[in-house]
Design a protein around this ligand. Structure first.
Ligand SMILES: [Zn+2]
Length: 742
């Protein structure tokens, strides 16, 4: 106990006696970076899916056939060591001589076979090839032949495509997908025997009220299609379930039909994401042998770590299966400049963060005619580095000891239309706090809370995971009984899995509280007062760094709670809102209540920190540094063990730590940039020396340590079970690779 407390204090104070080693920065150059390991031998048991490390996507536009330079692209793919390609085949427009009735051929295709030619060229380069289709839009002849295939709006009107008046929007849940697109997919597979088929915009373009949707939904639920977005409307609740079922049925159908032709292939939907994505990630992971995370770039206010977050969200259910991270060459803003090329430094940072968090890079280029060449050397450089170091970038296991739960059911049934602010924002706030705290962590799916899935973690974070079933609550309690720790905020577990409020918290016994019947907010001018335990002359570790403050700002919303035991002590006491105007009135009245702002318990063998306020969401809202430190301190106190990796030095870093068979790696992505919260990046600003301490697995010894971007070995020390070394500087991305003796 005493030892772990010292460990904590050391971490919290940012102090390490071994940080400054006085190492000689002039390290030895290392020309012998490991060559790529033999690819074909790996993953035989799981098909081709684990093989590709770098993807190239060309999304043809209709006038590409005959107007683009095939040999340029094949040469480029070879030069950048792309080992798989996703190429447009059909759906909205066919780029091959299709014979499926009503399958619209490009008017530029003539007698050629654009898709077939480039697919054959890629094959010759040894690349895997998947065919891209798009099923969201069709031409007038389809409308005329099958008006029932067209999506219908709430007023009963068939939907014209909002962007191109030549097209109609199709219904995703009816015969257009189930019959017509099935025929397209079968034809593509028969003619080209590709490794897979990937469909863009296959899951619908908003609610459809067509005759098929009406009839099928009625048969499923006995109800009419919902006309509200309220998840507590019985029809909406049923629709959320039916829509998923229908799409998973479609996925299974397409998969089965193409595998009848090519058993080595799979249907791979463009699907997945975090809490806000509509399709259950656990089911997706059961269906998909590999996935492509389609978060192509930043728009609006967004940090570059959003790409890595997406990778972690996919990995939470996909485990060790390969996940590619799709990166757009173009600007990703709402004005949709699809032919644009964005800043090279932005592409670099977005890609680096994805790679650091385990995504295999995939660039997506719309329009095969080169309008702007500036992106080409950027991708070439990133891919060539990735190829040279891929030995350290595949078959890796994350070593993070902290997991942050995300919950699609909380977004769907508790969040509803407000899911972005009440479900995603708390997670974003906690994410940013952990980035600032340099704590490596994974994302955890709320349907995978069985001990076997979460045993790798010491601490689970529940950022307002409001909707939890009895089973999920029991799983979290078991985790704590087995020595796990929990940090939770606000309304976590106050609702059941359908978003219906419980009488009391499902996790009240862990939090040490009972619901007092009210949720307050938004509150103005409320604070958290710092308290010392009677008889103690120092603050609880939760308040490390706040010693010279008597209070800090409170969250904006909070749940009123009562402690389960009256004698429990809290280091934070809520100072309720008091007038913020006129200025003469801005002082707190004498305290009449002494409600706690944080509950700290050790109910099993683990530790539990519960904040009744929405500290994490408030942090994302106002970014107060005290809230970042409070969240960090809570995680460090709860985790209560030596971290797998600590990195000390200036700057903002996204950190990941991995183990491979005979090596370990630490990725450092330098996010220190005036464009951290809103892109695009103009310039990369290198940061100075970082001192690393990484735990080495028991019974393993270190052969050497090197920096995969700087391309040189680094001196190191081994102290107890850790390796200690300095990284002299990080430009954008550095990978410390530690080879272990076999
Ligand atoms: Zn429909």
């Amino acid at each position: 106990m005493e030892n772990s407390r010292r460990t904590f204090l050391k971490q919290a104070a940012g102090f390490s006696a071994t940080c400054h080693l006085g190492l000689d920065d002039a390290a030895v150059a290392d020309p012998s970076i490991d060559p790529a390991v033999g690819k074909a031998a790996e993953n035989n048991s799981t098909g081709w899916y684990g093989r590709p490390m770098r993807w190239a996507q060309l999304a043809f536009v209709e006038d590409d056939p005959g107007n683009y330079d095939l040999s340029f692209w094949l040469d480029y793919f070879r030069k950048i060591h792309a080992d798989a390609a996703c190429l447009s085949a059909g759906g909205a427009v066919a780029f091959y001589p299709t014979e499926v009735p009503l399958h619209y051929r490009s008017r530029w295709l003539g007698a050629s076979d654009t898709f077939g030619d480039i697919a054959a060229g890629c094959r010759k380069l040894g690349m895997n090839v998947i065919a891209r289709t798009d099923s969201h839009a069709c031409h007038q002849d389809v409308y005329d032949a099958h008006p029932d295939w067209i999506a219908v709006d709430i007023y009963g009107k068939k939907r014209k495509h909002p962007s191109d008046p030549d097209y109609w929007i199709t219904c995703a849940l009816g015969p257009y997908n189930f019959e017509f697109m099935t025929a397209v997919h079968q034809e593509v597979m028969r003619k080209y025997m590709v490794d897979g088929i990937f469909t863009n915009r296959w899951a619908g373009s908003g609610m459809c009220y067509c005759e098929h949707c009406r009839v099928n939904f009625k048969a499923f639920s006995g109800l009419d299609l919902p006309v509200t977005n309220d998840p507590q409307d019985p029809a909406r609740r049923q629709y959320i379930l039916w829509n998923q079922k229908r799409l998973f049925d479609l996925w299974r159908l397409w998969n089965e039909k193409i595998r009848e032709i090519n058993p080595q292939a799979s249907y791979i939907a463009n699907a997945g994401g975090g809490a806000l994505s509509p399709l259950d990630m656990k089911t997706i992971a059961e269906l998909a042998p590999t996935l492509f995370a389609d978060r192509q770039g930043r728009s609006g206010l967004m940090a570059p770590w959003a790409n890595g977050k997406n990778g972690k969200e996919y990995r939470a259910t996909m485990g060790t299966k390969s996940i590619a991270g799709i990166v757009s060459i173009g600007f990703e803003e709402k004005y949709r400049w699809k032919d644009s090329v964005q800043s090279g430094e932005e592409i670099r940072m977005w890609m680096a963060d994805g790679i650091a968090q385990g995504l295999h890079p995939w660039f997506a280029k719309f329009n095969a005619k080169i309008i702007d060449r500036r992106w080409l050397p950027v991708i070439e450089e990133v891919y060539n580095w990735h190829h040279a170091n891929e030995h350290y970038l595949r078959d890796q296991k994350p070593l993070a000891r902290v997991g942050m739960v995300y919950s699609q059911q909380t977004a769907a049934f508790y969040g509803g239309e407000n899911a972005r602010s009440v479900v995603e924002d708390p997670a974003l706030g906690f994410y940013q706090a952990l980035i600032e705290a340099r704590v490596p962590f994974e994302m955890v799916h709320d349907q995978m809370l069985e001990l076997e899935h979460i045993a790798q973690f010491r601490t689970l974070i529940l950022p307002n995971i409001a909707a939890l079933s009895d089973v999920q609550c029991r799983q979290i309690k078991e985790f704590v009984e087995n020595g796990g720790s929990v940090v939770a905020t606000f309304e976590t577990s106050l609702y059941n899995e359908w978003g219906v409020r419980r009488n009391d918290f499902g996790l009240g016994s862990l939090f040490g509280v009972t619901y007092a019947g009210r949720v307050q907010g938004p509150m103005l001018n409320s604070y958290l007062a710092l308290k010392q335990e009677p008889g103690a002359n120092s603050y609880h570790p939760l308040l490390a760094g706040f010693e010279d403050a008597t209070r800090i700002i409170n969250a904006v919303h909070q749940v009123d709670v009562k402690p389960l035991t009256e004698t429990s002590f809290s280091p934070l006491e809520i100072v309720p809102s008091y007038p913020d105007l006129p200025m003469e009135a801005v002082f707190p009245p004498p305290a009449t209540t002494h409600n706690s702002g944080a509950f700290l318990n050790a109910p099993g063998r683990g530790r539990v920190a519960y904040f009744p306020g929405d500290i994490d969401r408030t942090f994302w809202d106002v970014l107060d540094v005290d809230h970042a430190h409070l969240l960090r301190n809570a995680v460090l106190w709860a985790t209560n063990e030596m971290a797998p990796i600590t990195v000390e030095g200036p700057g903002v870093l996204d950190i990941s730590v991995w183990e491979q068979k005979n090596s370990m790696t630490v990725h450092l992505v330098n996010l220190t940039n005036p464009m951290l919260m809103k892109g695009p990046i103009r310039e990369i600003f290198p940061i100075g020396k970082q001192c690393l301490r990484m735990q080495i697995a028991p019974k393993r010894s270190v052969k050497r340590a090197k920096l995969l971007v700087a391309g040189k070995e680094v001196p190191f020390k081994v102290e107890q079970s850790s390796i200690v070394l300095d990284v002299p500087s990080v430009i954008l991305h550095e990978v410390v690779a530690v080879d272990l003796n076999t």
